[in-house]
Ligand binder design. Sequence first.
Ligand SMILES: Cc1ncc(COP(=O)(O)O)c(C=O)c1O
Length: 466
Amino acid sequence: MPAANDLAQRDIDSLIHPYTNLDAHKTQGPLVVKGGDGCFIVTEDGTRYLEAMAGLWSASLGFSEKRLVEAAYRQMQQLPFYQIFGGRSNEPVIELADRLLKIVPEGLSKVLFANSGSEANDQAAKLVWYYHNAIGKPRKKKIIARERAYHGVTAYAASMTAQPINHMDWDLPLGGVLRTDAPSHYIFGQDGESEEAFVDRIVGNLERLIVREGPETVGAFIAEPVNGGGGVIVPPPGYFAKVQEVLRRYDILFIADEVICGFGRTGKMFGCDTFGIKPDIMTVAKALSASYMPISATIVSEKIADAMEAQSRKLGNFGHGVTYAGHPVAAAVALETLKIYEERDLVGMVGKVAPYFQERLRRFTSHPIVGEARGVGLLGALQLVKDKARRTSFVAADGVGPVVQAAAQRHGVLLRASPEAVYFSPPLIIQKDEIDTLFDALGAALDEGLAHAEQKGLLGMKAAAE
Ligand SMILES: Cc1ncc(COP(=O)(O)O)c(C=O)c1O
């Protein structure tokens, strides 16, 4: 239905929306959001929605944290912009880097700021190349990324991403990206295969890939501790320990993409802490500033920082940087965010509500269209299946995901659904009663998804008959 009011029409006439069917948008129109309040957002017509995705897995402190507003205002008055090129600096960015380094996993020693998760990952890839040139291993450049990975949309981040929609007709991926398995035992495990055997098989595949390509040509492996956009894939126990053993054997760097997992989402400060990852490079964004300002960072180990210094000594400059890297207002807001995390013991707060969140999520396992309920901390997903016994997921043409998403919205909850799964990543400040609101609405939405599937005769359909 065409949007009736003027604002919606002007949106249609003037805006290109990321990740939106641009043609369908002309008739569906936008959902115009005008305000926020804790875990809720309020649309232009006054409707309140519980934001079960914290926007884009990101608004960790919800939508009305006054301290961040004040931090931005104070910094705007003090110094609204200055660059950090050419050795110039500002107080908030220095404080922020210093504070970040106190909480990141051991061994990380220097911070390179940017504006988005995509840029942070893009510059992580560039640093892999730069580092290996610096240490005299110019062939060690390929980067292994996993199936279902999401690392962003800039040209190289999109290349490391494994979503078809990010490659189709974009002339991507660019060269130098190798692909290895996603660690979902539920989706990719073979009949009768234990989790342990699954891990051994896919880590074996990783090692064979490295040997086949030649370890002297493989520079890095990139992974989200929990893959978000590809399905909230929580790795089985032992997966990352075994992956790291292989990487160490062939002297391959580990890039941890903490853009979603960072800052408490998985129940510890970083996904690396939850899963015992010792990264050489770590990228953060989103919850770094509670998403109130665009800011991201690529954080590198000492050996990489040393090599960068040596290269700039040799070449006369460090030939990389974006205008807004270290933007003082973004840095001030991120700094205040980290202070709030510490003062309110954010990780402890997540630890208190996460067991209830996970328990309520797992209750849906008995629902007829739910194959698996999975998650960790305040991150979760339900796999939507047409055949539980055969673990056959719905596909896009079935239309079940969108039905569940739309139904949840009618019940006052904004969540995200793919054709085969529903995702949850609420603000980290969510309370028990709001978790109830979320999952009560979800129950009703799943029943509507079931009714849709029954009506279309989808249940029990074999994959082969799709
Ligand atoms: C794991 C991960 N990495 C990178 C990105 C890209 O971040 P951005 O959208 O800020 O460029 C995202 C975005 O959702 C993400 O989930």
